[in-house]
Design a protein around this ligand. Sequence first.
Ligand code: PMP
Length: 405
Amino acid sequence: VHTCGPNAQKYGSSIFKLTAAYKADTFADKVNLGVGAYRDDDNKPWVLPVIKKAKAILANDEALDHEYLPITGLPEFTSAAARLILSPDSVALKEGRVASVQTISGTGANHLGALFLSRFYEFNGEKQVFLSNPTWINHLAIFKNVGIAPIYYPYYDPKTIGLDFAGFVNSLRNAPKRSVFLLHACAHNPTGVDPTPEQWEQLADVILEQGHYAFFDCAYQGFASGDLDRDASAVRYFEQRGVPMLICQSFAKNAGLYGERIGALHVIGSTKAEADRVKSQLSVLQRSEISNPPSHGARLVSMILNDPQLFAEWQRDIKTMAQRIIDMRDRLFDILTNKLKTPGNWDHIVNQIGMFSFTGINAEQVNALIEKAHIYLTANGRISMAGLNSNNIDYFAENLDKAVR
Ligand code: PMP
């Protein structure tokens, strides 16, 4: 088992320590690029207008009580969430082969999915999961907690600041048959590097050949490209190809509901009877862990997913967030390449997708940015595009330019 990627730095390996250092800094123009949540152009958290509307509707509903939800969650929410990720045309959904359970956001979905596999998956030898190198750091602990050893497959290539596709495929080929591979559905965290549609096809070929299991983590549907369908395309393609899989779904980013902890786990079975058995086991596991999931976020998301007008409004809000991030990528690229003529190639800034970007700068350059310019980012050179805005993008680009010269 490899230890996790970058060296811990003095600002702490954790994003929470980095945030504390940022908060303690009294410099007026300090910049926080470690933040893992969307910020608007004024650097403020953004409550989606459609969420405000849904909250107002709930607040005026005299008939709403605060009884427990069913153990597997609000049924109108879980079924609409499954259609959102798999599409209303999904064959697995039409055949009743999807077991869906409401979870404590994406983290809870990852945990429940991992716990389920740990109990019921027939591992071929070692109980292990293959994670991309690097990955969302919490994946390691989530799997270790349920007795599944995390090991890395090659993913990010520092030489190209892109995907190590050959290494990835090689690792799929060489892993024991029926291995579990965790795949980021879109907007890979932390690199922002995704396979192309053609690469997903080749990955599906090898995964099917080897009988592997796809553990999809989908934390950014819609948030990545601005288009819910486009960001679900890898998951939907894998379902069409019949890859055995489960999907972890989060509404933290795309609905701005971080603290409401609303998500879902969808396990696709090969028959309806199998999916029913899976759902029953998931229900037993969920009962012992949280009894039943919280209702508020589920009601909000369910209302939006099941009302065509609110759904259309949500799609517009998602576009607003995704577009602001895409604009920041374009502007940063433009300033570095055309205005400052910063040494090196910066194509990856616009080629990467989602909230995060791997800049390719080293830990020393990161420290220079923190210490000389009060710009906070993680030691691996990852920046959150959401931390950039029209007020600080020139300041950031100029200091990045200085750090790499
Ligand atoms: N998976 C990935 C890849 C993520 O980036 C995140 C959020 N940082 C999550 C899961 C879980 O987030 P949450 O529990 O807030 O939905």
